[in-house]
Design a protein around this ligand. Structure first.
Ligand code: MBD
Ligand code: FE
Length: 281
């Protein structure tokens, strides 16, 4: 790998920021609601400044660091690691299907469509233990959902994501699986490694200065969709894996932990079924 191809904080941050910025998102927040939220947010920050006696030099360092987060394109990373889990918990209120988890900064839409029994796109020399992930997409009544799709994306065995690390081909370890007539799927892939927040950018500097750790446990990202059902965005983790009990992004839930076991062929297999709530009316 040449140095220009090595993953850098500024490279993955810039790619994540460019992807997000293309969406031009909107929300129907009224001026009254915005004012109430902003008043409370600024009030909370004011209380922190007061409580800790924040100094002018600390204030200037904060200003510089906030500028650096933008320069490195790390707002998607920082926000999704430290803030998104709270938003996701609010979004799940009133739901009873499969638990959600954060989307994170590395989702890519419109990945390769794959049949219900498939192997995720990977390099000819992809390293890592083979993992067969199977299951069924169902409604709340237990009926399998034909027409559902399971979008799966995950890091490679070194913890890097395609589209956000220059040495990995686009589309690697990503796919949109079309379930069968009973809502079932069986996907062969490789076991991802834990993810480390890059230490050469402002999110990593902040974590190091605070004496925290920069790790997420190994995880699969999923977005499961079906006609007339509420889309779920979630993640699945691996029992006993490093950082499962101590995720820097606070995004692990006990219902989302897999326990793969070797099958008759010696290959690790695991079953996980997804239950979708009805779409909001
Ligand atoms: C990840 O891989 C991730 O899933 C999240 C939420 C944040 C940073 C990197
Ligand atoms: Fe991730």
């Amino acid at each position: 790998m040449t140095s220009t191809e090595s993953p850098t904080a500024i490279g993955s941050g810039t790619a994540a920021t460019e992807k997000f910025s293309k969406e031009r998102v909107s929300a129907d927040t009224s001026p009254e609601r915005l004012s109430a939220i902003a008043t409370d947010a600024l009030g909370a920050l004011g209380q922190v400044i007061d409580k800790h006696g924040i100094t002018y030099s600390e204030y200037r360092v904060l200003k510089q660091w906030l500028i650096d987060v933008g320069t490195y394109g790390e707002w998607p990373l920082w926000l999704d690691v430290f803030v998104e889990h709270n938003v996701e918990e609010v979004a799940y209120r009133g739901q009873s299907g499969t638990k959600g988890s954060i989307e994170g900064p590395y989702y890519v839409a419109d990945t390769k469509r794959l049949p219900a029994r498939c192997t995720l796109p990977m390099r000819a020399d992809e390293t890592g233990t083979t993992l067969v992930f199977e299951g069924q997409v169902r409604d709340l009544g237990g009926v399998g959902l034909a027409g559902a799709t399971v979008e799966l994306w995950h890091a490679d065995s070194e913890g890097y994501y395609s589209h956000f690390a220059p040495h990995i081909p686009d589309g690697n370890l990503r796919g949109t699986i079309e379930v069968d007539a009973e809502g079932r799927f069986e996907i062969a892939t490789i076991q991802p490694a834990p993810y480390q927040i890059p230490t050469d950018g402002p999110t990593g500097w902040f974590i190091e200065k605070a004496g925290w750790h920069p790790w997420r446990p190994a995880h699969l990202h999923l977005m499961v969709k079906a006609p007339g059902k509420r889309t779920i965005t979630t993640q699945l983790y691996f029992r006993g894996g490093d950082w499962v009990g101590n995720d820097v992004a606070s995004a692990v839930k006990p219902e989302l932990i897999l326990d793969p076991k070797p099958g008759a062929d010696g290959v690790d297999r695991v079953t996980y079924d997804f239950v979708l709530d009805p779409a909001a009316q």
